[in-house]
Design a protein around this ligand. Structure first.
Ligand SMILES: *Cc1c(COP(=O)(O)O)cnc(C)c1O
Length: 354
């Protein structure tokens, strides 16, 4: 608290990111980073971009990257928006498209950045509880609203919703913008991008951080009807006209063009997830059905917080949320096969000696 802060600053609820330890070597399974390196073509493109050209501003419109994304998803470049991380794209979306007189609806257990944006932009919002299975049930969204936002698959549950259901939602709420945050969609869910070509109220946000192993580069994008993209551009150009630097534009462009590498790493992670789910179940865990690069797991054998702390002692970081209904769960990111084998070995030791 400080007398120099504006009233608005006092009222904010900043997001708390997962631990990013700078000292000890941990097996890091707490922030859903990709265990595999970025595409070698992306690394090479970025190395090339480290040149005298860095004295020049980057393209404020990042046209090359937008075109590569448009080509990949077979949409027009006017349907693509890019930003310095999907968190930034989400922030612009909350400001430009989700702030209306009628409430913004969002799941109560979901990406915890949404409440931060709601505070930051003073949005009238209402959280909708997940159902008994910790799933999003659109029947609960049949009420007055100005906009709707949810991740698909949801975080931290990993549970995906079928695109057919999202299409129904778009039809039921033709005057509401519906934002689908697809940070994890590449690990086994269906993208809603085709709906953006058919409905004027759908926006899909994705990131290079998870499935493309570029969390450190900070690149995200949105695909939506041009009318919605133009709203985002207005906010972006009122905030930062050069959000993507030259290195990020080159790296992200090469990354999205390297489809083979991307598909191969996603497949590896899905396979590792499946073996890890089985191993966790053998240890007595219940796992929610995951379509993402993490597993949300709980056990009656020992409190989740105690397991989290014991794992940390053993050099393995997972994510624990001290929040109602999920405070006996652990969110475990999928690492390499070797990392997951070590996790299972340490978990087994911890639970058996409890
Ligand atoms: C990781 C994550 C993001 C943010 O991704 P960045 O592009 O790294 O900012 C957005 N939404 C959800 C649900 C996430 O888990």
């Amino acid at each position: 608290m400080s007398k120099f802060w504006s009233q608005h600053t006092h009222a904010l609820k900043p997001y708390t990111p997962g631990e990013q330890p700078q000292d000890t070597q941990y097996i890091k399974l707490n922030t859903n980073e990709n265990p595999y390196p970025p595409s070698p073509l992306a690394l090479e493109a970025m190395q090339q971009a480290v040149s005298n050209d860095l004295r020049l501003y980057s393209d404020p419109n990042a046209k090359q990257l937008k075109q590569a994304i448009a080509d990949y998803y077979q949409v027009d470049i006017s349907n693509v928006f890019v930003g310095n991380s999907s968190d930034e794209v989400l922030a612009h979306s909350f400001a430009a498209l989700l702030n209306h007189n009628k409430p913004l609806l969002y799941p109560d257990i979901s990406y915890s950045f949404y409440p931060s944006y709601i505070r930051l932009f003073g949005i009238n919002a209402k959280s909708i509880p997940l159902d008994d299975q910790l799933g999003i049930n659109f029947a609960d969204y049949q009420q007055e609203n100005g906009s709707i936002v949810f991740p698909n698959p949801n975080a931290p549950t990993g549970i995906a919703i079928a695109v057919a259901e999202i299409e129904q939602l778009a039809q039921q709420h033709p005057d509401s913008v519906i934002l689908i945050d697809e940070a994890y969609v590449d690990f086994g869910a269906q993208t809603a991008i085709p709906l953006t070509q058919k409905y004027n109220n759908i926006i899909v946000v994705q990131t290079f951080s998870k499935s493309r192993s570029l969390a450190g580069l900070r690149v995200g994008f949105a695909i939506a009807p041009t009318e919605l993209i133009n709203g985002l551009e207005r906010v972006k150009n009122s905030f930062n006209s050069y959000p993507l630097d030259r290195i990020a534009i080159e790296g992200a462009t090469a990354s999205i063009r390297d489809k083979a590498y991307f598909e191969q790493t996603c497949k590896k992670i899905i396979r590792t997830r499946e073996t890890t789910e089985k191993a966790l179940q053998t240890l007595g865990f219940n796992t929610l059905p995951s379509s993402s690069n993490f597993i949300f797991a709980t056990t009656h054998k020992m409190p989740a917080e105690a397991i989290y702390l014991a794992l940390k002692q053993e050099g393995v970081l997972v994510r624990y949320f001290n929040a109602p209904r999920i405070d006996n769960y652990l969110r475990i990111s999928i690492g390499t096969n070797d990392e997951m084998a070590k996790l299972i070995q340490k978990l087994s030791k911890i639970i058996n000696s409890h």
